[in-house]
Design a protein around this ligand. Structure first.
Ligand SMILES: Nc1nc2c(ncn2[C@@H]2O[C@H](COP(=O)(O)OP(=O)(O)OP(=O)(O)O)[C@@H](O)[C@H]2O)c(=O)[nH]1
Ligand SMILES: [Zn+2]
Length: 375
């Protein structure tokens, strides 16, 4: 059947080469949420404007709150802390009180503020069929927030009117199958390091993220043999400031030293701060840890998985540099599995146990007890 679609012709919808594609619209949606702009989310029957609770400004929040059927979607764990029922399983849709202001919004969204901001309840959770935005749209909105490294708490307003000019529009179906981002090398240059003068840094970017990942190559590792490699996730606190709350800094330096000793290696420094939740959320997790929650529980209370990293970036960088097999410096068997799944053979796991302190003993024990790390 031939159907007429838009101004571009007949049959399949044609797009103009200058139109943003799905991956680009998703990247823009994440960027817009981070700067406090709403995104239009739709499924076959409904559409809603979605604004991140964490970045919403007063005027935009007021504009959405004024729409009949507007609500706040949060994760089920957050709802439990707020003593609100989660009728939608993994999430709850809360009624927006008419006098709700930004202080209410942020205090409701952010578990790290619970001690400072007395809770703003009681909260009224909406049941199936109530509220102007479905659980399906709300779920997609929360996923988008997490992808933007924002707290999963979204103001949603049903939107029947004309599409507001300039806002990004994505559908739930599109979000279900986000395209894999492809990294490519932007530049490489020689950087003599304290541990080895034969250092070279390769910078990688994906067109879809603002992340920049770095491969530190030491010596001239032959490409036809397994290379000593480390997948290191960025840790500003440990790597730069010498925090003793984790073991990252010592692991980083020990890995480089080991590569220098052997004369060759590759350290992939992945722009995935806080196991992929971003620096601000890691600090929120730290503030919850100060209240007695462990590293896994703290992530969960914020609405994130305990590990949100995607190690395919590391595998893509290794492949781009010409490596197909590694001897991987890690205590985390999940990293070995992820590498193999991504097509990089792991011929050996090389343990990396350094930097234990009284302050990180409980953190390291939790990773062994709950995250599958090897002792
Ligand atoms: N969310 C969260 N992230 C943390 C916490 N402590 C450290 N991190 C992050 O965890 C990551 C460190 O993980 P890695 O050392 O790369 O890997 P690993 O899974 O511990 O496995 P190894 O290879 O054995 O070190 C960094 O991104 C840190 O910022 C925490 O308490 N909460
Ligand atoms: Zn760390």
């Amino acid at each position: 059947m031939v159907s007429k679609i838009g101004p571009t012709g007949y049959g399949i919808a044609m797009t103009h080469p200058l139109d943003p594609d799905l991956a680009e619209r998703l990247a823009r949606a994440r960027a817009d949420l981070r700067i406090g702009l709403p995104v239009l989310i739709e499924d076959q029957t409904d559409r809603a404007l979605a604004l991140a609770a964490e970045t919403a400004g007063p005027a935009r929040f007021a504009a959405l709150r004024g729409v009949a059927g507007a609500l706040l979607a949060i994760g089920a764990r957050r709802a439990a802390t707020l003593k609100a029922r989660a009728y939608d399983g993994d999430l709850a849709r809360l009624r927006l009180p008419p006098d709700a202001d930004l202080a209410w919004l942020r205090a409701t969204a952010d578990p790290a503020r619970d001690l400072a901001a007395p809770l703003k309840g009681p909260y009224v959770a909406l049941r199936d069929g109530e509220g102007g935005v479905s659980a399906g749209l709300a779920r997609a909105a929360l996923r988008l927030a997490k992808g933007a490294r924002l707290l999963p708490a979204m103001v949603l307003a049903p939107w029947k009117a004309e599409e507001p000019a300039g806002l990004v529009r994505v559908s739930v179906a599109e979000m279900a199958a986000p395209p894999l981002s492809r990294l490519s090398e932007v530049v490489s240059a020689r950087v003599p390091l304290a541990v080895s003068r034969a250092g070279r840094l390769h910078v990688f970017r994906s067109p879809l993220e603002d992340a920049e990942h770095v491969a530190v190559e030491i010596g001239a590792p032959p490409r036809d043999r397994p290379v000593l490699a480390r997948l290191h996730s960025a840790c500003l606190t440990g790597d730069i400031f010498g925090s003793v709350k984790c073991d990252c800094g010592p692991q980083l330096h020990a890995a480089l030293a080991r590569m220098a000793e052997e004369g060759a290696g590759v350290l992939l420094y992945l722009d995935q701060e806080g196991r992929g939740i971003g620096l601000a959320n890691k600090m929120r997790a730290y503030s919850l840890q100060d209240q007695g929650f462990d590293t896994v529980e703290a992530n969960h209370r914020l609405g994130f998985e305990d590990d949100e990293r995607d190690f395919r970036a590391g595998a893509q960088m290794l492949a781009a540099l010409g490596f197909s097999a590694v001897r991987l410096l890690t205590n985390n068997p999940a990293k070995v599995r992820r590498m193999e799944e991504a097509g990089i053979a792991v011929t050996e796991r090389v343990p990396l146990r350094v930097g234990e302190t009284p302050e990180n003993a409980a953190y390291l024990a939790t990773k062994i007890a709950r995250s599958g790390h090897l002792p």
